[in-house]
Design a protein around this ligand. Structure first.
Ligand SMILES: [Zn+2]
Length: 155
């Protein structure tokens, strides 16, 4: 199952009414395909938290064209199960991310997140790069900042 229309037709068979009644919900789940055009787009909304977010956006229930209330959560569960065979959590997806240095950010002693000098910038302007490196080396890095923060809060 892939296209939102197929999911919507499936919803109509399962909950009654017409496919159009359910199309906005299924479109919302698959909108993330605009950001990444392969199955990995599902990491953004195809999980338990995504289903609860859909409920916040579309309300507790929709009224289908038969005049019956259908819980949005049930429609979301149907979509995710049809795509993945089960309902994963956001954690199931996030743990698959391979950590990159930039994801850690950079913490100064004040706890403010600053950006690290990028290698490409350093090649372009060596003087500015040197001063950035000196500034960066004065900082203690993410672990030390966290420890300092904890220490100062307990004092
Ligand atoms: Zn989908």
């Amino acid at each position: 199952m892939a296209h939102p229309l197929k999911h919507a037709q499936s919803s109509a068979r399962k909950f009654g009414g017409k496919a159009e009644d359910y199309l906005p919900i299924h479109n919302w789940f698959d909108e993330s395909k605009a950001f990444l055009a392969d199955f990995r787009h599902r990491a953004l909304r195809h999980h338990a938290e995504g289903i609860f977010l859909a409920e916040k956006l579309f309300g507790m229930a929709i009224v289908n064209s038969d005049g019956n209330q259908v819980p949005v959560r049930y429609v979301g569960e149907q979509h995710v199960k049809e795509d993945l065979g089960r309902i994963p959590t956001a954690q199931d997806w996030l743990l698959q991310i391979r950590p990159q240095r930039w994801m850690y950010g950079h913490y100064s002693e004040s706890g403010i997140v600053t950006t690290m000098p990028s290698t490409s910038l350093c090649r372009a302007n060596e003087d500015s790069c040197r001063s950035r490196r000196e500034t960066a080396s004065e900082d203690q890095g993410p672990k030390a900042s966290v420890q300092n923060k904890n220490h100062s809060s307990s004092a």
